[in-house]
Every structure is written in structure tokens, then in C-alpha cells.
Design a protein around this ligand. Structure first.
Ligand SMILES: *Cc1c(COP(=O)(O)O)cnc(C)c1O
Length: 398
């Protein structure tokens, strides 16, 4: 078997950090992936919220091919049309003032943390505290895994960067107690993703904004997973009527080409002078050419209305499953096309459910062991939602 050879070679050579599912993926088309045996899967993971326009999307493929044939990479010591366009689009869409490109989510957050620290230092030398949420996920570099409020990502890696504190997401009283004039920034996922799909409740984010303003702390929204149209708005914060000082993006931003970005206000931007931050690859013309296709497609009102509509259809169907299997699913959470089904004493574990769905041709995800997470390409249709719901129905019902 061709895949056995790949599994063996991987087992001998690749760093053993991923618990991989035993399939070898070869190509994709729209919301579908195909493995090397030609088996078809409906893809409701999208490379973890990355392939927002689906697979093999012709305008994206064309833009990447055209840019590659001109120039793939030039140094940030020079200008390119692609980067200039992508930054202008992000500034316009966000209502913020300046964008910076890196290569990943962690790098985007690392940059946001750095600029926040530098900004706060200009106010007071001890204004260094960064408050994040328990259950959050912000990346794997030392600063971002420290920002991540899940201790298992930090164990064994100490000493960790200092100055991080944690509060429970949606608990405004706890934040009110912890925040002070020594707080540099509050950093939150607008909708928690990896931690189990938790949207903000009531006016939580508005109240967070008020507390930040009261104490001169910056508000950073990590929209690496919830941004790029996934919530039904281009930025999830638009849904909650709250504007951050800094927002970070990555995952879906270039439709699958590695990229990250942070966007900030002019006031914050001025904390960095030439030489204070940089990157070799970040925002290279190949990545930005891909991002430009995403940024020309997803902010369109009709596209976002589609996300909202299919998302609602999907959520209703998931609620239907919850009603049918109340002993197994205790709650459905999420907005737009970032949805989660909380498992409660299921007959099968989350991983078993994911594996059985895969056997039946559906790629879904289980996060934190107990939440089925659905973050499909944003181009999916109601019929494709039905495909996945039918497979889930079979798997849960057995
Ligand atoms: C995935 C993710 C990150 C990290 O992105 P990488 O590209 O893996 O570094 C950070 N924050 C959130 C909310 C994410 O979902």
C-alpha cells in the first residue's frame, strides 16, 4: 500500500508532535478533498479554518500562478504592488490605520504583544501586564504559548516570559478586579476557537473595551480563527460593536498560503520605529497576491450574507441532532461558520466520532477532547451541510 510507506517514512523522520489521522491527502476541489486512493471526503475542517474559499478555487490558483511567474519573493527592503494593495485593503476593512504582515498566527500575535509592550512602556515603565483568557489559544512561540490560557501548552517550557495574567472569558467582574493602570493590554479571541468554540456573551466585549479605556490598556482581538468572514462579518468584532486597538489575522487570510497580520491604530503604530520589528518572508508578494483574492472576495456583502445563511442553516441542523441525541450532545455554540457541538457522555469519544465520520467520507474536528468543531470552507452549501449532518446522524445513532 502506498500510504503504508508514507506512514513508515513519517514515523521514522518527522518530529512526533502530531497525532495524525491515517489518510494521505492529495488534492481538493471546492469543499472536497481526495486521498491518494481517490477516496472523496467532504472537508468541514478546511485545514483548521484556512481554506476559506475551498480547494482549487480558480481565481486564487490563477493569482498565485501569475505572481509566481513574475516574482515569488523580494525583501521587505523594497516595495511590491501586491503588499501595498493587501495592506490598504486591511486598513480600509478594519477601520484601523496600519498593517504588518508575518507568516503565521503566532507571529501575528507575537508582533501585537511586542508593539503593545513598547507602546505601554512609553507611558510608564511598569505598565507591562498582559491579561488573556483561560481556555484561549494564541500560538506556540514562547510569548504566545504564555498568552495561551491552557497550562498544558506551557508545561516543561519554563521559564516563560513574565507579565501574563489570566481571567475567565465572559466574566467581566474578574477582569475588573485584575485590570489596573499597570495593564498594558487585554488580549482576547473575539470568539474562542481552539478552546471549544465560545462566543462572547451579552455585552462582555463592550465592557472589556470600557475597562481598557478606563485604565489606558490596549485591547487586542485575536481573530486568527474567527476573522476573515467566518462569523458572518469580515471581522467578528463588527458583530459585537467593539473596535480593538490591535487585531490579528492569519489562517484564512491568504486562502491557504502561509501569512499572518496585525493591524493597529496610528497611536499604537507610532511605538515602533524603523528597526524595531521585521521579517524576511512576511508579506511577500506570493502570499499577498493570494491575500488580495481573499480580500476582494469575502468582504462582499453577498458573500458574508451567504456565510450567515448557511451558518444559520447548519446551526439549526446541529440543534436538531442535539434534540435527537440529548444524552450525547449537551450544547451547540458558535456564530456563522465557526460552530461547536459540546459532547456530554457520548457513546463514542470525540476522536472516535471524528474517525468514524472520516471512514464515511467527512472530515470534521474534535477540540479539547469533547467539542466537535466545524470550521468549513465559507463557500459550502446547505446540501453539503446535509451531507455532514447525515453522516453525523449515522455515527451518533449507531
Ligand atoms: C491557530 C491560531 C493561532 C496560531 O496560529 P499559527 O498559524 O498556528 O501560529 C493563534 N490564535 C488563534 C485564535 C488561532 O486559532
Amino acid at each position: 500500500m502506498m500510504e503504508d510507506k508514507i506512514f513508515d517514512t513519517d514515523a521514522k523522520n518527522y518530529l512526533p508532535v502530531f497525532k495524525r489521522y491515517k489518510i494521505v491527502l492529495e488534492r481538493g476541489e471546492g469543499a472536497y478533498l481526495y486521498d491518494i486512493n481517490g477516496k472523496k471526503y467532504i472537508d468541514f475542517l478546511a485545514g483548521i479554518a484556512v481554506n476559506v474559499l475551498g480547494h482549487n478555487y480558480p481565481p486564487l490558483v490563477k493569482a498565485i500562478a501569475e505572481q509566481a511567474s513574475k516574482v515569488i519573493h523580494v525583501s521587505n527592503l523594497y516595495y511590491t504592488q501586491a503588499q501595498s494593495d493587501a495592506a490598504a485593503k486591511l486598513v480600509k476593512l478594519s477601520g484601523l490605520d496600519r498593517a504588518f504582515f508575518g507568516n503565521s498566527g503566532a507571529e501575528a500575535n507575537e508582533g501585537a504583544i511586542k508593539i503593545a509592550r513598547k507602546f505601554a512602556k512609553s507611558i510608564s515603565a511598569d505598565k507591562t501586564q498582559i491579561i488573556t483568557a483561560w481556555n484561549s489559544f494564541h500560538g506556540r512561540t514562547l510569548a504566545t504559548l504564555t498568552a495561551t490560557g491552557q497550562p498544558h501548552y506551557q508545561e516543561g517550557l519554563e521559564p516563560l516570559p513574565a507579565g501574563f495574567d489570566y481571567v475567565h472569558f465572559n466574566d467581566i467582574d474578574e477582569l475588573a478586579e485584575k485590570i489596573s493602570d499597570k495593564t498594558c493590554a487585554v488580549m482576547l479571541e473575539t470568539i474562542q476557537g481552539e478552546g471549544g468554540v465560545y462566543p462572547p456573551k451579552n455585552d462582555y466585549l463592550k465592557k472589556v473595551r470600557e475597562l481598557c479605556d478606563k485604565h489606558g490598556a490596549l485591547l487586542i482581538f485575536d481573530e486568527i480563527q474567527s476573522g476573515i468572514g467566518r462569523s458572518g462579518k469580515f471581522f467578528a468584532y463588527e458583530k459585537y460593536g467593539v473596535k480593538p486597538d490591535i487585531v490579528t489575522l492569519a489562517k484564512g487570510l491568504a486562502g491557504g498560503v502561509p501569512i499572518g497580520a496585525f493591524i493597529c491604530t496610528e497611536k499604537v503604530a507610532q511605538a515602533f520605529k524603523p528597526g524595531d520589528h521585521g521579517t524576511t518572508f512576511g508579506g511577500n508578494p506570493l502570499a499577498c497576491a493570494a491575500a488580495n483574492v481573499v480580500l476582494d472576495t469575502i468582504p462582499d456583502e453577498k458573500f458574508l450574507a451567504h456565510v450567515e445563511e448557511v451558518g444559520k442553516y447548519f446551526k439549526d441542523k446541529l440543534i436538531g441532532l442535539q434534540k435527537k441525541y440529548p444524552a450525547q450532545i449537551s450544547e451547540i455554540r458558535g456564530e456563522g461558520l465557526i460552530l461547536g457541538a459540546q459532547l456530554d457522555k457520548p457513546k463514542k469519544s470525540g476522536v472516535e466520532i471524528v474517525n468514524e465520520c472520516m471512514k464515511r467520507g467527512a472530515i470534521i474536528n474534535c477540540t479539547v477532547g469533547t467539542v466537535l468543531r466545524f470550521i468549513p470552507p465559507l463557500i459550502i452549501t446547505n446540501e453539503q451541510v446535509d451531507e455532514v449532518i447525515n453522516i453525523l446522524d449515522t455515527v451518533l445513532g449507531e
